[in-house]
Design a protein around this ligand. Structure first.
Ligand code: FAD
Length: 482
């Protein structure tokens, strides 16, 4: 453990910078500011005291100066609910820590500051034949945010979560100290921070192992499944052969069509196939202009009628086929439209992402899908995926089973009531919600879903006895005192 001597942090800041963005010097952290913040679901905004540090030294100063209230780190705000907001208290905006520091071409090990986004890593390294070993469904997240949520991607069944590819990180603690954490050094803190939603401290920088690739394309097998059983069988059969798999699922189809889906199962494409089909450089996929939703659409645009029509067309449009798809279209279809979250109107939406263990997943999925069909709640985006082995992390989300993500327009108390009922079903079946998406779960249900919570809280009380690190979510879930 090292105290944050000016020398120590200056030494860190002076490391080789392979791609930095020098900006005008910003005001020091004591020129902080109250702002209204929300998560990606655009729920009710919360007033937070925002610190905007430029470097590790200013982060330490913010942690030490923010004495009267708690603090939580924030990346690009892509978590849906309230883990990166802190009502009436401090938020440390970590997005100006964005230098890439070192890269080892022999191993693919990249060290960068925690505010670097996955999009920036791809921009620099994909043309050189390196890609992220694990990526969530948007590239507009920071490395720090990805570690804090221990994010997963379409390859979880094979490669697990991002934690499997993080060699080490530096963590700024409650007393302003910086600890290097890895599987060998401060290992307990390493595993608590992966999935720990920023509650163990501020990740300043991290080393991730990138994956060598020969092309920026994947070869996708599209398969339609008539119902849930067929979808689960296709995952079962395909997960051995495909690195990536995911299914779009029609949440309004009931009866014999309950769970009808379109599966997308993929492997990296051979560069020769890409050149044959598209010509040019297989590591340089097309660049498309991003569209934007300029303002909140009227609430109610996405209703059961519009979504049912979309679902019918989408299902009909996807015949069984194999196609070459560039990485942007396959991994990040939603990133093509900036501010797409505004389509839900000013009341916003809730993403409810759940995991069920393999033994109970069919029963649980049937029960949850039937409840949604009965309530005529339209989830415009609904995604089903199989998951693989868990890591030793205390609060990480996934273990072997199936995970379903639903985007539900925020209709207020009746939605919350429904989700609390679904939480009870989850608890009864050994399932859980994902903290990066959660905004409504109650602390009793959360404690039942995460059996290693006690270990996490015990460690947190040792390293942060005054609960300097807290968030609105942490207080709601009992991860920090209210
Ligand atoms: C369209 C879309 C698709 C998504 N798909 C997936 C998916 O497929 N798989 C998946 O796992 N997730 C997915 N997510 C969720 C997203 O990957 C996570 O919420 C991620 O944590 C967001 O990173 P961020 O930089 O925006 O962090 P924020 O949302 O700002 O913060 C998230 C958490 O990280 C903590 N944090 C951020 N920076 C730091 C830091 N420097 N030090 C310590 N803690 C920090 C915050 O305190 C907070 O608890 C998706 C989100 C969207 C919007």
């Amino acid at each position: 453990m090292t105290r944050p001597s000016a020398g120590g942090l200056a030494e860190m800041a002076g490391e080789d910078c392979i791609r930095g963005r020098s900006r005008a010097v910003q005001p020091p952290p004591n020129a902080s500011d109250w702002r209204s913040l929300t998560g990606w679901g655009n729920g009710p905004s919360q007033r937070c005291l925002v610190w905007d540090p430029r470097d590790a030294r200013q982060c330490a100063a913010a942690v030490l100066a923010n004495e009267t209230c708690s603090l939580i780190a924030r990346g690009l705000g892509r978590s849906y609910g309230d883990p990166a907001v802190n009502a009436g208290q401090g938020v440390l905006q970590a997005t100006r820590l964005r230098r890439m520091l070192a890269f080892e071409p022999a191993s693919g090990r990249l060290t960068c500051e925690a505010g670097v986004s996955l999009a920036e890593i791809i921009d620099v390294f994909l043309p050189r034949g390196w890609f992220l070993p694990v990526t969530p469904g948007t590239k507009f997240v920071t490395l720090g945010g990805a570690i804090a949520a221990d994010v997963h991607g379409k390859n979880h069944h094979r490669d697990g979560s991002i934690g499997n590819f993080i060699d080490q990180f530096s963590l700024l603690g409650a007393g302003g100290e910086v600890r290097v954490c890895s599987r060998d050094e401060n290992a307990e803190l390493f595993w608590a921070t992966l999935g720990g939603m920023g509650l163990t401290g501020v990740i300043l920088r991290a080393t991730i192992r990138l994956r060598k690739v020969d092309s920026a394309y994947v070869e996708v097998a599209f398969r339609r499944a008539r119902d849930l059983d067929e979808a689960l069988a296709l995952f079962e059969a395909g997960d051995r052969h495909f690195r990536y798999s995911v299914a779009w699922i029609d949440c309004l189809a009931g009866g014999g069509r309950l769970g009808r889906s379109v599966l997308m199962q993929a492997n990296e494409a051979a560069p020769e196939s890409v050149v044959r089909k598209f010509g040019g450089d297989p590591l340089a996929p097309p660049r498309r202009p991003r569209k934007s939703v300029p303002w909140n659409l009227p609430s109610g645009v996405l209703n059961s009628w519009t979504v049912a029509t979309f679902n019918k067309l989408y299902y009909a449009a996807h015949k069984d086929a194999v196609r070459l798809v560039d990485y942007d279209r396959f991994f990040y279809p939603l990133d093509a439209v900036s501010h797409w979250n505004r389509i839900y109107g000013k009341r916003g939406f809730v993403q409810y992402q759940i995991l069920l263990p393999r033994e109970t997943s069919r029963a649980g999925l049937v029960s949850i899908l039937e409840r949604l069909v009965r309530s005529r709640r339209a989830s415009f985006l609904a995604v089903l995926k199989s998951s693989g082995a868990a890591t030793p992390s205390r609060l990480s989300y996934l273990f072997p089973g199936h995970t379903l993500a639903l985007d539900l327009p925020n209709t207020g108390e009746d939605l919350v009531r429904l989700l609390h009922e679904l939480d009870e079903t989850l608890v009864a079946l050994g399932g859980r919600v994902y903290l990066a998406k959660d905004s409504v779960t109650r602390k009793e249900a959360f404690a039942a879903m995460y059996p290693r919570l006690g270990e996490f809280l015990e460690l947190k009380s040792r390293i942060d006895p005054e609960n300097r690190f807290s968030s609105s979510q942490a207080r709601r879930l009992g991860l920090a005192p209210a």
